[in-house]
Structure formats: structure tokens, C-alpha cells
Design a protein around this ligand. Structure first.
Ligand code: CO8
Length: 258
């Protein structure tokens, strides 16, 4: 499939979605969000792809947020319609693990997009922040919730209220990204994480994501039960039998995701 605002390609077990509006600093307009959703569907159907990397084209920007030209025209009623929030939820709930490779500015909706990914790595020139209050709106595509769940309420509140933009190194210090590396090593770093993940049991990865993402929003008793049910499903899976048997046979497992 060809797209106008993104580039999609596959490298062995890795699927890449690259935001490709560099002249607009990869700002996320509605069309781009729709294309991301289509690409996710395309990649879901491809059994060979085990991990998805989302990144931006060029060396300046991952995504400079929602398209402010569109926001400027958006009405109250339009804001009620399924929008960026819905697309981002699909990424967060995606059945394959996702990695954001933040190659430059990740501002507003751009950072909110990165926050929906399971792992974030950044280039040293990257700058991250939620500057929405400066535009008279809030980080309304999950930012108020996902940033506080990722780095804790205190620091999230500081970044949201001041709109301060931080460096990749500071983002690493506060646990917003897992690694900060020179731009030319960024994709390699993302691939490093992906290659560790892609040899693991796909069904286990999927249920681990669900247990973490759903468990964090409910009280401990329910969260632990959700974890237990996930494990119960896995106990009946081919992958569990294969994974444990491979260990006992001293060989590599061949998982099927079932
Ligand atoms: N939207 C639209 N166009 C943009 C955006 C954007 N977010 N960011 C940059 N552009 C455009 C500029 O307008 C400019 O266009 P033109 O060449 O036609 O004048 C072009 O990209 C290049 O921009 P700059 O000249 O400013 O490039 P710099 O490299 O000097 O600066 C920055 C890059 C720092 C990224 C700067 O462009 C900037 O500050 N951009 C805006 C960042 C921002 O405020 N983002 C938050 C947007 S609001 C948001 O994301 C809300 C999300 C939640 C909404 C939920 C709705 C459902």
C-alpha cells in the first residue's frame, strides 16, 4: 500500500512506520492519523512482522504535535468525534510491541504518540515536551494521563503546566525514554530492543502488554487477577509448551504465537 504522509517498510521481523511531512516537522494532521491506522492494519496482517518501530523522517522532528492549522479551525463539536485520542489508543493496545524512535522534536501530540509506544528511544538532538497550554488547550490526546503514568505525577504536572521542552538526556534521567544516543545510532538502538523482543513468545508479549496497560488503571486485587488470568491462558498455549521444552532440550524455541 502507498501512503501520502507516511512511509511503511519491513526489515525482516521489523515493521517501520515513518512520519513523512518533514516540511511541517511531521505535524500530525487528520490524514496522517488515518494513514497510521491503515498501516497498523496492514502490519497486523503480516505474520512475519513481530515489532513495530515508529519514527520520523529527517533529522529535525519526530512529530511537532497536532497540526495547528487544523486545530485552529476545529470546533467544539468536532473535538467530540473520534480523533487523535482514538488512534493513539489503538497504538497503545496494538497486539505487537511498539518502539518510538524519537529522532528530533516530539512536542504535544508528537510526544503523546511516543507515549503510546511500549518503549521509547531518542536521539541526543531530540527535544520533548507538552506545550499545549501555551496554545490555550491541554495535552488532550492522552498526554495528561500517559505522561503522569510514565514519569510520575509531580514531574508530569511540572512539564504540563510549564510547557517546558526537555532534552533527550533529561528525558532519559526521568524515565521518559529508555536510551539517548547519537542520531546516527538511533535506528540501530531501536533495532537492538526489537531484536531482543522479537525472539520472545508473541502471545506472552501480547498478554504482558495487556497486563501492564490494563493493570495500571485498576486496584491491585483486580490487577493481580488480570495477570493471573493472562498467565492461565498462556499455560494452555503452544508457546509455553515450546518455550519450556526448548529450555529443557537446551535449544532455541520456535514460537507460533498460539
Ligand atoms: N502544526 C502545523 N504546522 C507546524 C507544526 C504543527 N504542530 N509545527 C511546525 N509546523 C510548520 C510551521 O508552521 C512551519 O511551516 P511554514 O514553513 O509553512 O511556515 C514549518 O512547520 C517549519 O516550522 P518552523 O519554521 O517553526 O521550524 P523550526 O525548526 O524552527 O521549529 C518546532 C520546529 C520547534 C517544532 C516549531 O515548529 C514548533 O514549535 N512547532 C509547534 C509545536 C507545538 O506547539 N506542538 C503542539 C501542537 S498542539 C498538540 O499537539 C495538541 C495535541 C492534542 C490535541 C488533541 C486533539 C484531539
Amino acid at each position: 500500500m502507498t501512503y501520502k504522509n507516511i512511509l511503511v517498510h519491513q526489515e525482516r521481523e521489523l515493521g517501520f512506520i515513518k512520519l513523512n511531512r518533514p516540511e511541517q516537522r511531521n505535524a500530525l494532521n487528520i490524514e496522517t492519523l488515518q494513514e497510521i491506522e491503515k498501516a497498523l492494519e496492514e502490519i497486523k496482517a503480516n505474520q512475519d512482522i513481530r515489532v513495530v518501530v515508529i519514527t520520523g523522517s529527517g533529522e529535525k522532528s519526530f512529530a511537532a504535535g497536532a497540526d495547528i492549522k487544523e486545530l485552529n479551525k476545529r470546533t467544539m463539536i468536532e473535538a467530540l468525534q473520534p480523533n487523535m485520542t482514538a488512534t493513539f489508543r489503538k497504538i497503545e493496545e496494538y497486539e505487537k510491541p511498539t518502539i518510538a524512535a524519537i529522532n528530533g522534536y516530539a512536542l504535544g501530540g508528537g510526544l503523546e504518540l511516543a507515549l503510546t509506544c511500549d518503549i521509547r528511544v531518542a536521539s541526543l538532538n531530540a527535544k520533548m515536551g507538552l506545550p499545549e497550554v501555551g496554545l490555550g488547550i491541554i495535552p488532550g490526546a492522552g498526554g495528561t494521563q500517559r505522561l503522569s503514568r510514565t514519569i510520575g505525577k509531580g514531574k508530569a504536572m511540572e512539564l504540563i503546566l510549564t510547557g517546558e521542552v526537555i532534552s533527550a538526556e533529561e528525558a532519559k534521567d526521568i524515565g521518559l525514554v529508555s536510551a539517548a544516543v547519537p542520531q546516527e545510532e538511533l535506528i540501530e538502538k531501536a533495532k537492538e530492543y526489537a531484536s531482543k523482543i522479537s525472539i520472545k513468545g508473541p502471545l506472552a508479549l501480547r498478554l504482558a502488554k495487556t497486563a501492564v496497560n490494563r493493570g495500571i488503571d485498576v486496584e491491585m486485587e483486580t490487577a493481580l487477577y488480570l495477570e493471573k488470568l493472562s498467565q492461565t491462558i498462556l499455560m494452555g498455549s503452544y508457546d509455553k509448551q515450546e518455550g519450556t521444552q526448548a529450555f529443557l532440550d537446551k535449544r532455541k524455541p520456535h514460537f507460533k504465537g498460539e
